[in-house]
Write a new protein. Structure first.
Length: 102
């Protein structure tokens, strides 16, 4: 297990990652995902927390909230990524379970 800034720790490593958990700056979820994907293999899991964002992702009242917009962008990107299968567990703020198919 590694703890620290993933943008600094991960790039120089030669790793195959079995599972990763994203629960950080919501505005950077897309960047975390893109950073992780080259290290993932078939069957790897990415768990992303807060992907329903207290229901804000479906509430037009939050259309201008930067974190909500970022989570929507992340959800849309993952849904369109044919390298993965994903579901969002609607518990509390939502948890995305993303399985790499590649």
């Amino acid at each position: 297990m590694f703890v620290g800034n993933v943008f600094e720790l991960l790039p120089p490593m030669q790793l195959r990652i079995d599972a990763a958990f994203i629960d950080a700056n919501k505005r950077e979820y897309v960047e975390y995902y893109n950073l992780l994907m080259p290290f993932m293999h078939s069957g790897s899991l990415i768990l992303a927390d807060n992907t329903l964002w207290d229901g804000h992702v479906v509430d037009p009242a939050y259309d201008r909230d930067a974190q909500t917009v970022a989570i929507r962008r992340f959800n849309d990107m993952v849904a369109a990524d044919d390298r993965v299968e994903q579901l969002i567990l609607p518990e509390r703020d939502g948890l995305s379970v993303i399985r790499v198919k590649k």
